[in-house]
Every structure is written in structure tokens, then in C-alpha cells.
Design a protein around this ligand. Sequence first.
Ligand code: SAH
Length: 360
Amino acid sequence: MSLPSLLEAEIRAQGPLDIGRFMGVALGHPKFGYYNTRDPFGEAGDFTTAPEISQMFGELLGAWVAQIWFDLRMPRNTALLECGPGRGTLMADALRATKNVKGFHESLEITLMEMSPVLREKQREALSGYSLRWIKTWDELSGEGPLIVLANEFLDALPVRHIEYAGGQWLERAVGLSRDGGFDFVHTPAQDDLLGLIPPGLPAPKEGDMLELSPDRAAFMAKVFALLKRRGGAALFLDYGYVASAYGETLQALYRHEFCPVLERVGEADLTAHVDFAALGRAAGEAGITAHGPLTQGAFLKVLGIEARAAMLIKAASPVQAETVRKALHRLTHSDEMGTLFKVMGFSYGVSKNIAGFGT
Ligand code: SAH
């Protein structure tokens, strides 16, 4: 058995699969899913993320978490949750950078939401010496204290679905079988619950317009908002995405640092979709949660002091190390690199009105 043959059998039995189902199985199948079978990061993998570029990223987010904890008045039973921690690098850097903050680490229940056994093992190694718990779903989260959530490049991995305006109506774009044995896009009727996610305020659709919607992301954020409301705290989501809902679709496959067609290399390539931050902001508003940003990653890291941190590291570094720090600063913040495409959005409840990193 292989992932393509499993998906093919499912399509033969039940008809075309919505793209969300296809993406969810490709990334998360317990035995053959992309994340469950490999460490995808870095030069030897398929893509490189911000915490893998430089320790500065996790250090600054560590300072952000500590500031939120101060704002919360240093509660003893704070849950620090990272969603999709990858190799555990961000959390390791965040904790190392805050080890001298009095009473802080002792107050944290460090929890990692991770589905991949391969990556859980990496996280265990990166974070040895800390007491950790792992969860797969929100229902497994224990404790009653305030919650601080970090998630870098997590929401982009949650399944999206596509609808296309054709012949005067919305149809769902789904995955069927092509004649030559591969997968192909087909249209199926669009269900009302999916159409209910169409953002307000868009111009009237034209023939061929597409929309990317994510019931999974919406359900995930609804959980975050409900927990923030019950327990108090803040959440920070960093991802590539856009700030105004718009027609179009952004599903992409990345294999060894190159794009490839999304229906090929199933389970071998990473599948991601850009995050509609406007949709997150609207959902927060409806849930009574304060939204902060989105800011560009470059602007956010500068507010948190990445330039001063880089200068400090450069001062103590060899010329070769100094060049590495300069390059990392550029990659993380410059608009030609990750600085603009990546956005940062915060959410809070029961914390001061202005949270760290978002100015004013
Ligand atoms: N935050 C890390 C890794 C980003 S890749 C970094 O910046 O380097 C996405 C991460 O989310 C991986 O750890 C992957 O295994 C995890 N993941 C993806 N979908 C998930 C899901 N539905 N539930 C739990 N973890 C998930």
C-alpha cells in the first residue's frame, strides 16, 4: 500500500475527495502522511522555517511570551502551548532566552501539539531537561490557568477547500482520478456549510473565480478563542498569508525547496496554503476576542528588537559568525525575503489592551 493507492481506492469507493480531505490525508495519514514519515526541515529537507534560520527568532518570541506572562501578573499555572513545533527549535530558543526570568519557567506547563511521532522525538531531544506534555487535539489540553499559544507555520498546514464560480453558481473543486492513472481536479456540488464561509464584502464573482476556504482552520481558531475566553491569555500566529480576503487560491506543494504540482508526489511533498488573516480577525471579533495586527513579520520582529539582538550577537562573534547573523536578520525581516510575505497576528483576552510586539 502507498498513499496514492489509498487515496485512489477511497475515490473509487466514494467519489471525488474534497481538497481538504486530500490535503489532510497527504500530510497527516498516521502511517504514510508527509509529516509522520520524515523531518522535512532544512537544506536536506523540503523547506526552511524561521526558527531554523536563526536563534534570534525563538529568543524574541520567548521575550514576547515572558512579557505576556508579566501582563497576566505572573500566574503560577500558565500553559505555554506550541502548535506544530517542528524540531522544537523555537521552544528551545525561547526557553533558553528566558531562563533568568525569575519564577517564569517554574510557572509554565509546557505543552506541544504535535501529530508526528518523528517530530515528537526531535522535540524530546531539543527540549531535554524540560518537563513536557504532548497533545494532538485541544480536548487533551489539561489545566485551568491562563494560556499562551505560539504557532509558526502551523495554520498553513491545516486543510483548505476550494470553490469555483462556474455557470453562474459555486461548485466545489475536488480531486478525482485522471484517465492516465493520476489525480485530477473535478467539480462537485458545493454544500451550504462550506458556502457559509464565503467572506463578506467581496465583489460579485465572475466566471472562473476561485475561493479558498478552510473549515478546519475556522474550527481550530474557534477552539483557541473559546479557551482564551475561559482561561485568559494570548496567542500568536505567524505564517505566510494575506491581510484582505480575496478571490484566488494559494495551495502549493514544495519538494526539496522547489514547487511541484499539488496532485503529484502525494505524501512526499509538503502541502500548504496561505492564511487568510482577515478571516481570523473577523472570527476573533465575533468571538469577543481582541485581535492584534496582522503586522508583517519584518515589522513585528523589529518592534521586538531583532536589530538590537543581532547587533549584540555580532559584537561577540567571529567575522564568519557575524556574517551569518547579518544574513539571518536580512532573511527574517527584509521584504525580498520573509519580511513581508509572512504576517503575525496576536489574539488576547483578559490581558492588557496592547500586547507586546504590536506597537503603541
Ligand atoms: N513550527 C515549526 C514547524 C512548522 S511545520 C517551525 O517553524 O519550524 C508544521 C508543524 O505542524 C509540524 O511539526 C507538523 O508535524 C505539525 N502539524 C501539522 N498539522 C498538524 C495537525 N493537524 N495537528 C498537529 N500537528 C500538526
